[in-house]
Design a protein around this ligand. Sequence first.
Ligand SMILES: NC(=O)c1ccc[n+]([C@@H]2O[C@H](COP(=O)([O-])OP(=O)(O)OC[C@H]3O[C@@H](n4cnc5c(N)ncnc54)[C@H](OP(=O)(O)O)[C@@H]3O)[C@@H](O)[C@H]2O)c1
Length: 339
Amino acid sequence: MIETIARTTGAIQLISRPAGFPEPADFALVELPVTGPGPGQVLIRNLFTALDPGMLMRIGDYPGIPMPPFGIGEPLSGDAIGEVVLSGDEALPPGTLVVHRLGWRDYAVADIATVRAVDADAYDSPSTHLGPGLVAYAGLTAVAGMRSGDTVFVSSAAGATGGLAGQLARLLGAGRVIGSAGSAAKVAYAVGELGFDAAFDYHDGPVADRLRALAPDGIDVYFDTVGGEQLRAAIEVMNPGGRVALCGALARQRAGGTPDTGPGDLLPVIGKRLTLRGFTAFDHLHLAPEYGRRLREWLADDAIVRTETIVDGLANAPRALLDLVRGEYRGKVVVRHTR
Ligand SMILES: NC(=O)c1ccc[n+]([C@@H]2O[C@H](COP(=O)([O-])OP(=O)(O)OC[C@H]3O[C@@H](n4cnc5c(N)ncnc54)[C@H](OP(=O)(O)O)[C@@H]3O)[C@@H](O)[C@H]2O)c1
């Protein structure tokens, strides 16, 4: 018999749908009742919520995406890790660390089918479980079929996913790894700290020219987090048989949803027999154990630089999400729940 408890939780709600790039005033921190857990549910005290630019596609009005927009007056949701504090199922006793989708609130009641128990001792910080490594790993291996010796181009090279994709490409045997980022400081960070062979600021003239200068023999794989001009440039500079893993749409997310002009002329895609393949991390969850094992080995060997910013308190989450997409951070950004 499960004890039914009632308590309240802080939660971030969307209170108005932005027409373009959101403002902090589009969000509010509210107090909501929490009831439960019932049978087959757990009550989770969230420790960290991940900030993901992809949320902007559900905050604004982006036609054509498979997920419904967040409702006005409803809490946001997103990846989080927390600790079970009350359980309606003996398989997940109190104290179990779980990854789930009900972030953006301090406490969550979730059906056990929607949570995944993780090893509390796997990493120094539980927030590591929220890293974008699986999407970077799956994009390079399963989607782009990266081969040893390939020249790999990665956009948003100082960002969470791009920064990891560049490092993984090197560890997986790329011949040359080239990155792009939005400032000279980020370019220096990608090369000096993350180990990219070369990088450029995408504001410094036509991207295709910058890419051609750094990859005179062409590129074989593009890990695309951006779309728009960078995707068109990659197609232009790509070698025959090149492969693009289409992961993200930062250019459109930064532009407040305005569709960009996409890949442009597709004739080179035919002529060079290129492959452009969209994917999500959810398509490749079966790779999670393999990736987790390799990540622990790489971390133990100090072979990966893990850059993370922790923002304290749920109230600061909306502004931090917007700052993230504006380019204020490097690496992964997570919100630490403080109650
Ligand atoms: N397919 C999936 O399953 C999946 C999973 C995770 C993430 N994603 C997507 O992958 C992308 C990256 O996510 P993330 O969490 O790793 O974000 P991130 O790269 O850490 O995010 C923010 C960065 O976006 C860059 N940016 C902003 N406007 C830009 C523009 N117009 N052109 C180029 N870069 C711009 C900024 O870097 P600069 O300062 O360098 O401009 C900023 O630091 C997002 O689109 C996200 O939705 C997809």
